[in-house]
Design a protein. Structure first.
Length: 335
């Protein structure tokens, strides 16, 4: 049995479509999101072969020489496309903490089905949310595999938003017109072997909350992994069953639900100090967002006279732009 600080949620009955089963799974989702905001997602229908493709091609990319990876470096803090090296980002900065840079590399991509002739993608507040992706020349097939996986995760995210609507007492299609041209980010987070001790306070990824609607992550089982902060303030490890995703609620969904659903603080810790080799770790995450012009304001089902809205309305694109620019460092990569 896999022991974890977070529960398991099987959505196979929801996807099968029987109304009574849909509502049962929706109630389970509501309970989990109220209590923890994290869960292991099973019964999702994503083929293992599809994940293995992106895992393998991403691992090959991160093992290239640094000069090759830097040919597709992220061009600006608010254009989340391409490669970021070790020491160039600090997730703890988003929480107002002055932390050492994260010991990780990453590669990110955005929407893959953008019609340049559609004026929606050229609006004055679009910023870099639909910027072109920066596919590396090597390894072969990288861009195709990432594009396919992005589309797969978009479909799964849409399913999760339909389920979320039911869980929040809304029509199943409530979010449909708010996410049909979403600005989700697909990211690969690579944590290299730590061949020398980290600096005091340095982690693979500093403590933070995600700022999206929901994150769908597929981690591996290498030492030094994901932890969440419990209500008691302690840190607890997250372990997912084979083939499962780890899903968590982000800040935008917490704002939408008036904190009925919890955006939980989490981090990625260092491997054991007596382990030097064989600790590299690769996680693939889909950070689901809404359309950039979606106004995120307290949902009617999440407010009352006793619980008025806690947050002012905010346009998703503007909110995310501010968060993107708060975590990127200008220092050179730390090796």
């Amino acid at each position: 049995m896999v022991m974890s600080a977070v529960p398991e949620l099987d959505i196979s009955l929801f996807l099968a479509g029987k109304e009574s089963d849909k509502m049962r799974v929706a109630r389970e989702l509501d309970d989990v999101c109220r209590e923890v905001g994290f869960f292991c997602l099973t019964g999702h229908g994503v083929a293992e072969e599809r994940f293995r493709e992106i895992y393998d091609v991403s691992k090959t990319f991160f093992l290239l020489d640094l000069d090759q990876k830097r040919q597709v470096a992220q061009p600006a803090p608010d254009i989340v496309r391409g490669y970021i090296g070790v020491g160039e980002a600090a997730l703890g900065d988003m929480m107002g903490e002055d932390t050492p840079p994260d010991w990780k590399e990453s590669f990110s991509a955005g929407p893959v089905d953008v019609d340049p002739a559609d004026s929606y993608y050229q609006g004055p507040n679009v910023r870099g949310h639909y910027a072109p992706n920066r596919w590396p020349a090597q390894p072969d097939g990288f861009g195709r595999i990432w594009t396919d996986y992005y589309r797969t995760m978009s479909r799964l995210s849409s399913d999760m938003m339909r389920l979320s609507a039911l869980a929040l007492g809304l029509p199943e299609d409530f979010f449909a017109d708010k996410i049909d041209r979403h600005i989700a980010i697909l990211g690969a987070m690579y944590y290299p072997d730590q061949d020398h001790p980290p600096t005091p306070g340095q982690l693979r990824a500093g403590a933070h909350t995600d700022f999206d609607t929901l994150t769908i992550l597929r981690p591996d089982e290498a030492p030094g992994g994901l932890q969440i902060q419990t209500k008691s303030g302690e840190w607890a490890s997250v372990r997912a069953p084979a083939g499962a995703f780890v899903v968590n609620i982000g800040d935008l969904m917490a704002r939408w639900t008036n904190d009925r659903w919890v955006s939980t603080l989490h981090r990625v810790v260092n491997p054991p100090h007596d382990t030097v080799l064989g600790t590299e770790r690769l996680s693939i995450g889909f950070f689901h967002e809404t359309n950039y012009d979606t106004l995120v304001e307290c949902l009617p089902s999440c407010q009352s006279l006793e619980s008025p809205p806690r947050y002012p309305p905010v346009y998703a694109g503007e909110y995310l732009h501010g968060q993107f620019t708060s975590q990127t460092r200008n220092e050179n990569a730390v090796n």
